[in-house]
Design a protein around this ligand. Structure first.
Ligand SMILES: C[S@@+](CC[C@H](N)C(=O)[O-])C[C@H]1O[C@@H](n2cnc3c(N)ncnc32)[C@H](O)[C@@H]1O
Length: 206
C-alpha cells in the first residue's frame, strides 16, 4: 500500500491493465500515433508510459528512435520492462519533477495520464523544460467537452482518489499557452460511444 493513490491504484491494476483495457489502449495509442510526426533518430519521452504499449509502437514505426519512459508506478514499469528491449530507458518518477536533463527530447508524448496529474501546470513546465528548442509535445487524454466524460469525471472525483480531473479543449489550450507552448492545436474525437478523447499538439518555440 502506497501513500500516493495513483501508485496504489496502478500497483493493483498493473498485471491486468493490458488485457482489461486492450481496446481503449490500442485505439487511443493509434489515434495518437496518427497525429505524430517522427523523424529518424529522435529522442522521445513517453510521459506516464504505464506498461509500455505506446513505446512498443513507437519502436515499430521508428526503430531508430531513442525512446524513454517515465511513470510513477513501479509495478506498471515492471510490466513495461518485460516487453521492451533493454535499450529503452524506463525511469520511476513523476510528471511534475522529471528525472531528465533540460533540452533533451525532440518529442514528449503522453497518453491517458494527464487526468491523474495533481499539478498540471508544473507537469507542462517540466515537459517544456526537457524539450529541446522546437521540440513537440503531444498529449492525448479524456475530453471534458463530451457528456460521457463529464459524468465519468464526476464519479471518479467522488469515488476514486487517484483521479485528479479532466479538461475541455478551450481550458487545455489556454493552459498550454499559459505555459509558453506555441502552435497549440487540439483535436477532439470519440473512439466509441463512451470515450471522448482529445489530442493536443504544441511546439516549444524559443
Ligand atoms: C491510464 S494509465 C496510461 C498508461 C499508458 N500511457 C497508456 O496509454 O496505456 C495512466 C498512467 O499514468 C501514470 N501516472 C499517473 N500520474 C503520474 C505522474 N504524476 N507522473 C508519472 N506517471 C503518472 C500511472 O502510474 C499510470 O501508469
Amino acid at each position: 500500500m502506497y501513500s500516493d493513490p495513483v501508485q496504489t491504484e496502478y500497483s493493483r491494476l498493473a498485471k491486468r491493465y493490458d488485457s482489461r483495457w486492450s481496446f481503449y489502449i490500442n485505439t487511443t495509442i493509434e489515434e495518437t500515433l496518427n497525429r505524430l510526426d517522427i523523424n529518424q533518430g529522435e529522442h522521445i519521452l513517453d510521459l506516464g508510459c504505464g506498461t509500455g504499449v505506446l513505446i512498443q509502437r513507437l519502436l515499430q514505426v521508428s526503430p531508430e528512435a531513442e525512446v524513454f519512459g517515465v511513470d510513477t508506478c513501479a509495478e506498471m514499469l515492471e510490466i513495461a520492462k518485460q516487453k521492451l528491449p533493454e535499450s529503452v530507458e524506463l525511469k520511476l518518477g513523476s510528471a511534475d519533477n522529471l528525472p531528465f536533463p533540460s533540452n533533451y527530447f525532440d518529442l514528449v508524448v503522453s497518453t491517458s495520464a494527464f487526468h491523474f496529474f495533481r499539478d498540471p501546470s508544473q507537469a507542462l513546465q517540466e515537459a517544456k523544460r526537457v524539450l529541446k528548442p522546437n521540440g513537440r509535445l503531444v498529449i492525448t487524454d479524456w475530453c471534458y467537452d463530451y457528456l460521457t466524460c463529464k459524468v465519468c469525471d464526476f464519479f471518479l472525483r467522488c469515488f476514486n482518489r487517484a483521479h485528479s480531473r479532466t479538461y475541455g479543449v478551450a481550458e487545455f489550450q489556454a493552459m498550454m499557452r499559459d505555459e509558453g507552448l506555441q502552435e497549440v492545436e487540439i483535436e477532439r474525437y470519440k473512439i466509441d460511444w463512451f470515450w471522448g478523447m482529445m489530442t493536443a499538439t504544441a511546439v516549444n518555440r524559443f
